[in-house]
Write a protein that binds this ligand. Sequence first.
Ligand code: PEP
Ligand code: MN
Length: 273
Amino acid sequence: MKQANSNHKPILVAGPCAAEGREQIMFSLEQAKQRQVDFVRISLWKPRTKPGFDGLKEDGIELMAEAARMGINPGTEILVGEQAQSVMDGVLPELGPNGQLLLWIGARNQNHYVQRDIARVASQDSRVKLMLKNQPWHSESHWEGIVEHALEGGMLPENLILCHRGFTPDVHHPNPDGLRNVADSEMAMRVREKTQLPMLLDVSHIAGAVEKLEPVAMEMVEHAYDGLVIEVHPNPRFAWTDAKQQITWDQLDEMLANVAQAQASAERKAILA
Ligand code: PEP
Ligand code: MN
């Protein structure tokens, strides 16, 4: 598949898997300010397989507002429309006219009534970008359905972003590299083409482990992804969620530089061919 995004800077969503507290988020915001990060993850509601820390919830909205006051665009997963509304009420008054708030519907949130209700709330302000992650199981038509529900809920296409976070491996979709989730970039590119929406690659939730991140990020070279989602933590080993797959900001710089270099060299080869 051709490299399509070479004229645009890739969209970068980076920051911790979960917001854990003020110190962690303030450090992340300072780091993000020194880099070209489009949205900082300050994720407040965490769907968990087993009970455990599931987010700062409403208590963390003030941290997102703080990011907005610093001129940084914050982002969080929301599980229901009511949470989207609380985040918008707390953050939008602090965002400048050019600021943006990223809300996303995560992979496990596959109730279409809920998806539509979130879209209804998010569509009330054009500074809100709604990101739709694919569902955990391998199905192109279900993924397209998520987009259709968001549109039916009132979202304008220009405020929608898609994100490929891989599919749970199964007998039909084996996992020789031992990834947490298996990417199907061919499908992601078809969905991108059909919907005409930007498609981000969630490197962290596909890789599942630090040493597997860079090979997954290299999917950017072969496919026309419009950007990346990467989990970055001040002290990954001690992260409260997804500790195995989070990296530091310095490691992020190195990985992005390697991907950019691989992309540039692929483009040079294509020109010379
Ligand atoms: C996340 O991005 O925080 C997350 C939980 O990922 P996913 O919904 O893709 O599992
Ligand atoms: Mn995570």
